[in-house]
Design a protein around this ligand. Structure first.
Ligand SMILES: [Zn+2]
Length: 56
């Protein structure tokens, strides 16, 4: 965990974000934590690429 320069638990800077694109479309997400990014990606798969989501 890195120290926040502003409010504890809330960091907004290019270095403290993680992002991921979708291999199936142009969707991509930026989050502040890896778990949040993963759950967002899975929600996208579930909603938009249901068959790919079921297979994985
Ligand atoms: Zn997608």
């Amino acid at each position: 965990m890195r120290h926040s320069r502003t409010q504890p638990g809330y960091v907004r800077s290019a270095d403290d974000t993680v992002q991921r694109g979708c291999p199936h479309c142009d969707w991509h997400a930026v989050e502040h934590s890896y778990p949040a990014l993963i759950s967002r990606y899975h929600a996208h798969l579930r909603e938009t690429h249901h068959r790919a989501w079921v297979r994985s």
